[in-house]
Write a protein that binds this ligand. Structure first.
Ligand SMILES: Cc1cc2nc3c(=O)[nH]c(=O)nc-3n(C[C@H](O)[C@H](O)[C@H](O)COP(=O)(O)OP(=O)(O)OC[C@H]3O[C@@H](n4cnc5c(N)ncnc54)[C@H](O)[C@@H]3O)c2cc1C
Length: 297
């Protein structure tokens, strides 16, 4: 299939892009890496009157640390994030997740902003942002707003981005000392979207007692799911196998995932418990090994 006809526009500045969206936002689709949008256009599942290409706008692809946050520009390529030393050092959970997104050819073009805006509940990046309770920065000609993941991700492939808004940054907290992380998933073939994935982060004090823990899942509902109450059960105790097993049970218990062509509801629920256990075990082991950068996999 070929896409339907559209007007193509490639603004050279963010202000120009926001001006176009203010006027034509309702009939416009934004093009980032094109890895999800171009197939949708070719299958004519979306039929925008205008296609607004972000690729010529300078300054949207930065990766930096500011105010204790790792700040990733929406147009940062997934591969640039994957190979960034700063990301490995400051936000190892994000570094853990990146190589699991599709194939390297997809990550060469695909962007962080595109993945978050596409909001596939099987996507790794939405789960990382949910686990770490990051901030999504939206800009329009009307101004700027920052949303927590719970407000940003609305449903399957749906976000709170208004037609005149662009996602410009994701801001993630820098990992505290003595933090270990892991992202584990099960997919039918290498490079496929995972059936279920788990992002986990564990922080301990000098005595090895957990001071903070986070778990978020892909593939178990219409949005990434942050299992905050279940993860909190680890705080105040050492991350022993029994304590970790308990969190896995707590994560899976309230879930009611849909069955589909790829996996039954029961199997996804089973994976949620098993993968939570594996992710927390690996995260805790990394603290013990001093491997906090996600470099050894
Ligand atoms: C074969 C294959 C396998 C894949 N496997 C995985 C996988 O395992 N895990 C995974 O997470 N992803 C996977 N993907 C998707 C991939 O990560 C995409 O790159 C990503 O979902 C979209 O990013 P993009 O930059 O290509 O965005 P585009 O395709 O250009 O855009 C996607 C959507 O986001 C909107 N958008 C883009 N940028 C912005 C912005 N800054 N502000 C507002 N709206 C915006 C677009 O209008 C569009 O609706 C796969 C893709 C393919 C083709």
């Amino acid at each position: 299939m070929k896409p339907p006809r559209f007007d193509y526009v490639a603004p050279r500045s963010l202000d120009e892009a926001l001006g176009i969206l203010a006027e034509h936002g309702e009939d416009t689709k934004v093009l980032a890496g094109g890895q999800s949008l171009v197939p949708l256009l070719n299958f004519r599942l979306v039929r925008p009157a205008h296609l607004l290409d972000l690729n010529d706008i300078p300054g949207l692809d930065g990766i930096r640390v500011a105010d204790g946050r790792l700040v990733i520009g929406a147009m940062a390529r997934q591969r640039a994030v994957e190979t960034s030393g700063l990301v490995r050092e400051r936000c190892p959970l994000l570094a853990d997740a990146m190589p699991q997104i599709g194939h390297v050819q997809i990550r060469n073009r695909g962007t962080v902003g595109g993945s978050l805006a596409h909001a596939d509940p099987a996507g790794e990046l939405p789960a990382v942002v949910a686990a770490l309770d990051g901030e999504l920065v939206l800009r329009s000609a009307r101004g700027e707003r920052r949303l927590a993941p719970d407000r940003f991700f609305v449903s399957y492939l749906a976000t709170a981005i208004e037609p005149d808004e662009l996602l410009v940054e994701a801001r993630l907290p820098v990992a505290p000392a003595r933090t270990g992380t892991a992202f584990v998933e099960v997919s039918r073939r290498h490079g496929d979207f995972a059936l279920v994935g788990v992002a986990a982060s564990v922080t301990v004090d000098d005595g090895g007692v957990c001071t903070a823990a986070a778990v978020a899942l892909t593939g178990v509902g219409p949005t990434p799911l942050a299992a905050r109450d279940a993860a909190r059960a680890l705080v105040g105790v050492k991350p022993t196998p029994a304590a970790i097993e308990d969190v896995g049970r707590r994560v899976a218990a309230p879930l009611t995932p849909d069955s589909d062509l790829h996996a039954s509801s029961d199997y996804r629920k089973h994976l949620a418990a098993v993968l939570t256990r594996r992710a927390l075990t690996r995260a805790a082991a990394r603290i013990a090994e001093g491997d906090l950068t996600g470099e050894r996999r």
